[in-house]
Ligand binder design. Structure first.
Ligand code: ZN
Length: 124
């Protein structure tokens, strides 16, 4: 199996899981089924709110996991001094929703600058 086939298979699995969550959300919103007064637009509003929350949860979990991989310290890109890293939160609009991203940020006391190891080469 190629990497592309593996990714497509994983995406198919994830779509099936998410479709199942959609059914759970419908049942949660209308335990006895939606009444005839519930419009398609109402259903779409509910599904979109759930979708945005799903995007937020997934993106925040993945970026948080990446931020942890940077560890506790990193070299200053200017002078090379090993500096402690903190985690900064940044509110972002992402495709399909909003998310608060966690990203490691270092501060070099010698150069008096902040740097972002996740965006190597980009000035902070
Ligand atoms: Zn420095």
């Amino acid at each position: 199996m190629t990497g592309k086939e593996a990714r497509e298979r994983k995406l198919k699995e994830i779509r099936e899981i998410a479709a199942g969550w959609g059914k759970i959300i419908a049942q949660e919103a209308f335990p006895n089924g939606p009444g005839l007064d519930v419009s398609l637009a109402d259903m779409e509003d509910l599904a979109m709110a759930a979708s945005r929350a799903l995007v937020q949860g997934a993106v925040e979990a993945m970026t948080g996991s990446q931020a942890e991989q940077f560890g506790d310290e990193a070299p200053c890109p200017t002078c090379g001094k090993i500096c402690p890293l903190k985690t900064a939160s940044r509110a972002m609009v992402v495709r399909g929703g909003d998310a608060v991203l966690s990203e490691p940020v270092g501060h070099c006391p010698k150069c008096r600058r902040d740097f972002f190891p996740a965006a190597a080469g980009v000035e902070g």
